[in-house]
Design a protein around this ligand. Structure first.
Ligand code: PEP
Ligand code: MN
Length: 363
């Protein structure tokens, strides 16, 4: 998967003093009092840069609270004027963009339910043409990196180069302690594909409860993600949406204070040591692959020999002996039994496959 994106790095357009970008605010704007009071309290938390609130809420079923609409934008504008915090809101249609701009919203975001639909994303992209505003793109509900990347590409192609991704976890059918499984390998792969793209982690929607938010936030920072979006409400238990996962501004402040921002950049000694260790790992990986290739070459020779002498491929006794022997060597070297079994099985399967291929070719 190759990408052709022209994206600005976060520090090129947003000053955070080298710290992660922190976005906080209620899931939904509910009333003037709720939003302004929450904003005032959040503004006292020094780490927070941006105030969030949803005013159009995509709900699973009709009849649930669907957001206060345009009047919520007015409250966001008032909160911004009073606190100096920048503001961000979710947009799902072209008219939302127009209204958000009228109310001086600083950053827009596309929600997970919008990103699953390329028609909606394209419509929004068209409406963004000629406008210079940062846009954050949440991952789609389902774990589909291409769909996420596709939305980022569509928005970027509309001329938006201040683009960020928001990792909010993925719908997962199995049982999980999270509301949306983090599947970290997906945002990490996104970072690998588009190194300049800032990725903000939304622990609130990943966790779905208050208990796990700190752990996920720390993990995000340890994985060098660029920031956090955390839902915060002045009376979390009374929130009209996502009550179980919202934090009071006070708890938010305590949580942010506890997070460790591990300095990797600039710490030359640390980087140097890390680089040396990585180089060693690189060398070992090459050796490992060379040894594997050599082993399979010999397996091919054995296959040919068996074929010429009409001997069957699998000799169970030999395989059982190998397992016993390698397990005991591996255990002595401090390797886990389950790990050894898995790796031996993979190697064995490949060996059998190669010999089967030889038998097929030679008849
Ligand atoms: C939200 O941020 O409140 C929201 C609706 O999130 P998501 O689109 O990630 O479900
Ligand atoms: Mn929410």
């Amino acid at each position: 998967m190759s990408t052709d994106l022209e994206i600005l790095q976060l520090h090129e357009w947003f000053e955070t003093g080298g710290k992660p970008l922190v976005i906080a605010g209620p899931c939904s704007a509910e009333s003037e009092e709720q939003l302004i009071t929450t904003a005032r309290e959040i503004a006292k938390v020094p780490q927070v840069n941006v105030l969030r609130a949803g005013v159009w809420k995509p709900r699973t079923r009709p009849g649930e609270f669907e957001g206060v609409g345009t009047k919520g934008l007015k409250w966001l504008e008032m909160a911004k004027a009073e606190t100096g915090l920048k503001t961000t809101v979710e947009v799902a249609k072209p008219e939302h963009i127009e209204l958000a701009l009228k109310h001086n919203i600083d950053i827009l975001w596309l929600g997970a339910r919008t990103v699953v639909n390329p028609f909606s994303v394209q419509e929004i992209a068209e409406a963004l043409k000629g406008i210079d505003i940062p846009v954050m793109i949440k991952n789609p509900l389902n774990p589909d990196l291409k769909l996420w990347l596709g939305a980022i590409e569509r928005i970027n192609a509309a001329g938006i180069n201040k683009v960020m991704a928001i990792h909010r976890g993925f719908h997962y059918f199995g049982s999980s302690q999270f509301r949306n499984a983090p599947m970290w390998e997906i945002p990490i792969e996104l970072k690998r594909l588009v190194p300049k793209l800032p990725i903000i982690v939304d622990p609130s929607h990943i966790c779905g409860n208050r208990q796990l938010i700190e752990e996920i936030s720390q993990k995000a920072l340890d994985l060098e993600m660029d920031g956090l979006m955390i839902e915060s409400h002045y009376r979390p238990d009374e929130a009209l949406t996502d009550a179980a996962q919202q934090l009071s501004p006070n708890i938010l402040a305590q949580l942010l204070d506890k997070l460790k921002i591990r300095e990797t950049k600039g710490d030359i000694l640390f980087q140097d040591k890390l680089e040396k260790l990585r180089t060693e790992v690189d060398k070992l990986d090459v050796e490992l692959l060379q040894i594997l290739a050599k082993r399979l070459e010999i397996i091919d020779e054995i296959g040919q020999y068996k074929n010429e002498n009409d001997i069957t491929i699998l000799q169970m006794k030999r395989w059982v002996g190998i397992i016993e022997d390698r397990l005991s060597i591996g255990k002595e070297l401090g390797l886990e039994e389950q790990f050894l079994k898995r790796i031996l099985n993979i190697i064995h399967r490949e060996s059998i496959q190669r010999q089967t291929d030889i038998f097929k070719r030679r008849g």
